[in-house]
Design a protein around this ligand. Structure first.
Ligand code: 5AD
Ligand code: SF4
Length: 446
């Protein structure tokens, strides 16, 4: 349904790429009803904050931001909270933040236009029902990035990791139909975008009843114009031989895996209910690396999980050294209300000071490994896709297929192009480079 312009909307997004993707869907949904996207809350009739609940820190940031946004609201503007924190807190949020009119969980975005209309007429509401059929199939995501695109292929999560709030905020796992994903990928490629990232909480457990993740990779990888295909985040237990073969045999699939390890101690992994051991994680890495030579590998690690001993932590450090990750997101355990970890004996709690020290040592260990890997790459040549002007504004920022960031000189007409660069310098984490060939600017071979 399309109506005349109803107003302006601004969405601020926190958390993971699934949230970024959901915000694109919300913009798309509201656009159908005449809402025009704007770049700042001051101009907006409707302000939505799409939130994350993964750690307490993420929620505290949102609470602070909601207070600030009060000052940006016009007399009749609507402020809504969406996403994982909305789902977690539901009506409680309406009670505690009087200037918030809407609280909508991740499965409630279909009703967004009518809830917004209601709020504009003074009706505050919370919508936090799960809808296991909901994939927003008829929504047209409004994308703002012209170089790469995200496609959600699965919603929710069926693992029950004991630290994690996600099964409670995004509900049970369900997959979109392969044909729908392929249709969306075709549309994206036709719009000139050449890099696609498939999204799911445990994306490689994708199964639409007829197709597994291997079939999905092959099908999206075969779409004309898709030159780079990525996915995030996989679970180690769902890397079947079929999936690994599909990765290795599909030219578009990039040589990079983000594989959350969480801990290098089998004791901790067991209490986390990760369903793998240190050894089976190492085995998964070895299988991936032997099938995909030169693969980049990044991870997520939590320190200070209940019961984590000094020895457990040393096991994490040794796993980091042994594996040689190219990068890692590192976190201090944050107790989330309602998760199994909060029901563990209090005697297992790791003091905050201990967790902080461990985090600092872990970060140092990750950095050392990353620097060593990156120094070893100096002088090598890589193809990069130029994504944007770098944050400092003087160089362009691109990525290699194995997910390394490279800054190169150039002008913004080069955004969206593929270039071969030589890696000439490294800060330890990112590279600087110079373009060595124009050859790869030719149209994508399909
Ligand atoms: N505390 C700290 N980190 C967490 N993560 C998930 N839940 C928690 C928690 N309760 C981390 C995991 C996950 C990443 C997205 O966030 O490492 O992979
Ligand atoms: Fe945060 Fe997890 Fe929700 Fe993403 S799915 S927004 S990481 S809580």
């Amino acid at each position: 349904m399309t109506t005349h312009a109803s107003g302006t909307v601004y969405i601020e997004t926190y958390g993971c790429q699934m949230n970024v993707s959901d915000s694109e869907l919300m913009y798309g949904r509201l656009a159908e009803f005449g809402y025009v996207a704007v770049g700042s809350p001051d101009e907006a009739d409707v302000i939505l904050v799409n939130t994350c609940a993964i750690r307490d820190h993420a929620e505290q940031r949102v609470i602070g931001r909601l207070g600030e946004l009060k000052r940006h609201m016009k007399p009749n503007s609507v402020l809504g909270v969406t996403g994982c924190m909305a789902q977690r807190l539901g009506p409680r949020l309406l009670k505690s933040a009087k200037h918030v009119q809407l609280v909508i969980g991740p499965d409630g975005y279909r009703a967004l236009p009518s809830l917004v209309e209601g709020a504009r007429n003074g009706v505050r509401a919370s919508s936090v029902e799960f809808d296991l059929e909901e994939h927003y199939e008829d929504f047209r995501a409004q994308r703002f990035d012209g170089v790469k695109a995200w496609i959600p292929v699965q919603r929710g999560c069926d693992y029950k990791c004991t630290y994690c709030i996600v099964p409670m905020t995004r509900g049970p796992e369900r997959s979109r139909r392969l044909l729908d994903v392929v249709r969306e990928a075709r549309g994206i490629a036709e719009s000139g975008i050449t890099e696609i990232t498939l999204l799911g909480q445990t994306v490689n457990s994708y199964n639409d009843g007829q197709h597994d993740f291997a079939a999905l990779l092959r099908a999206v990888g075969a779409v004309s114009g898709v030159r780079r295909l990525r996915f995030t985040s996989p679970h180690p237990n769902d890397f079947s031989e079929r999936v690994i073969d599909a990765m290795a045999e599909t030219p578009a699939v990039c040589e990079h895996v983000h594989l959350p390890m969480q801990s290098g101690s089998s004791n901790v992994l067991k209490r986390m209910l990760r369903r793998y051991t240190r050894e089976s994680y190492l085995d998964c890495v070895a299988r991936l690396r032997s099938a995909i030579p030169g693969m980049g590998l990044t991870t997520d690690i939590i320190v200070g999980f209940p019961g984590e001993t000094d020895q457990d932590f040393e096991d994490t450090l040794s796993a980091v050294r042994e594996i040689g990750f190219d990068d890692a997101f590192t976190f201090k355990f944050s107790a989330r209300e309602g998760t199994a970890a909060t029901r563990m004996p209090e005697s297992l709690t790791v003091p905050d000071a201990t967790a902080s020290k461990r985090l600092a040592r872990l970060i140092e260990t990750v950095r050392d490994g990353m620097r060593a890997q990156n120094l070893g790459l100096l002088g090598a040549r890589r193809e990069i896709l130029i994504e944007k002007v770098s944050r400092r504004g003087t160089l362009l920022q691109g990525r290699t297929r194995d997910f390394r960031t490279v800054l190169v000189p150039g002008d913004d007409s080069m955004i969206g192009q593929y270039q071969t660069v030589e890696l000439t310098g490294t800060t330890g984490s990112t590279f600087t480079g110079g373009v060595v060939s124009e050859r790869l600017q030719l149209p994508v071979a399909v």
